[in-house]
Design a protein around this ligand. Structure first.
Ligand code: PMP
Length: 356
């Protein structure tokens, strides 16, 4: 039976990425060696890193003056590295979920943190709109897609200070205006590749302004100066990321991807709005994530949750269980998820409704 992978991360990857990485795991670039057993300083691997960086720049139209890095430590380490490197004394944070809260916590080690708004009052089921960003803040930190609670900021905000964005779960899902950000970061394990690589896009000019001494590994300058090779990168993870970037370019890039993502999300939300058994957890259409579609059983049908989970699993739908802090269901429909899989889920939901 065909498996439809709705896991939130690590999550579905393009067949192309899996196939190419499987091949390179055995014979990489005609070396007769695995990509896991060649030096990261070999000319073959340096070419992988260079191409991956170039494709990120091309696909996201990264302006001059930015560096692209493939690091380790996940988005969670970037929570710390962002303020360590970019916060002089005051930073603003928009709290739209647990990841945003975790990011904000790290900034408190470095100075005054202003929480400009939070949607915690409604269990993070909306994006706060009317908030003011202090003009003297060094940056505004946002989490563009709220992987757990299913909300998303789908445009590049207009605020009086540069932004830092955690785009772990929606990077490459739409075009972005990189110039509005001093830093963008993303753990690879959603729209890019396996876990083990973290993509960082950083404005060179924004660095070296804090007056702070930064330990070597936590200093972005270390990684910029060494082209992400100060220490050994996760070579196979970067290789897989490169394959996804090649796939993405072939599909028409982030512009084409955005169209497909809108189509997939519209299909699924329309079913959730129609089907009497389910309700989306995010009421406002403009706040609903195109990447993580969260829903619960409708009032009066709560008792069917376990049964639906088993029914969906029996039909090949994998990874639909909601995050443990929310419950219910979450269908993660990242770039690599074909529209056919979204349709298959819709059919299963409609069949389940017909049975009840
Ligand atoms: N930010 C967001 C939006 C996430 O979804 C996650 C979970 N992958 C993280 C941060 C934490 O990422 P990592 O596990 O790579 O540290």
């Amino acid at each position: 039976m065909k498996k439809h992978n709705f896991y939130a991360g690590p999550s579905i990857l393009p067949e192309f990425t899996k196939q190419k990485t499987a091949e390179a795991a055995v014979d990489f670039a005609g070396t007769g060696l695995s990509v896991m057993e060649v030096s990261h300083r070999s000319k073959e691997f340096v070419a992988v890193m260079d191409e991956a960086v170039a494709l990120v720049k091309e696909l996201l139209k990264v302006p001059e003056g930015y560096s692209v890095l493939f690091l380790q430590g996940g988005a969670s380490l970037s929570f710390l590295m962002a303020p360590y490197n970019l916060m002089k004394s005051k930073a603003a944070y928009l709290v739209t979920g647990s990841w945003a809260s975790k990011a904000m916590k790290e900034a408190k080690y470095f100075g005054e943190v202003v929480e400009v708004a939070s949607s915690k009052d409604k269990n993070f089921n909306y994006i706060p709109k009317a908030f003011e960003v202090p003009a003297d803040a060094d940056y505004l930190h946002i989490t563009t897609n709220n992987t757990i609670f299913g909300t998303e900021i789908k445009t590049d905000l207009d605020v009086p200070v540069p932004m830092i964005a955690d785009m772990s779960s929606d990077i490459f899902s739409r075009p972005i205006d990189v110039a509005k950000y001093d830093m963008i970061y993303a753990g690879a394990q959603k729209n890019l590749g396996p876990s083990g690589a973290t993509l960082v896009i950083i404005k060179d000019e924004a660095l070296d302004k804090t007056g702070r001494t930064i330990p070597t590994m936590l200093d972005f300058q270390t990684h910029i100066k060494n082209d992400s090779m100060f220490n050994t990168p996760s070579t196979i993870a970067v290789y897989a990321c490169l394959q996804t970037l090649i796939w993405l370019k072939d599909k028409g890039g982030v512009e084409a991807m955005e169209k497909i993502n809108i189509e997939k999300a519209d299909l699924l939300y329309a079913e959730l709005d129609r089907n009497k058994l389910f309700v989306p957890t995010v009421p406002a259409a403009e706040d609903r994530s195109r990447m993580n579609v969260t829903f619960v059983m409708a009032e009066g049908y709560e008792a069917l949750e376990k049964e639906f989970n088993e029914f969906a699993t029996s039909k090949g739908m994998i990874g639909l269980k909601g995050h443990r802090s929310v419950g219910g269901f979450r269908a993660s429909i990242y770039n690599a998820m074909p529209v056919e899989s979204v349709q298959a889920l819709i059919d299963v939901m409609a069949e389940f409704e017909a049975n009840h």
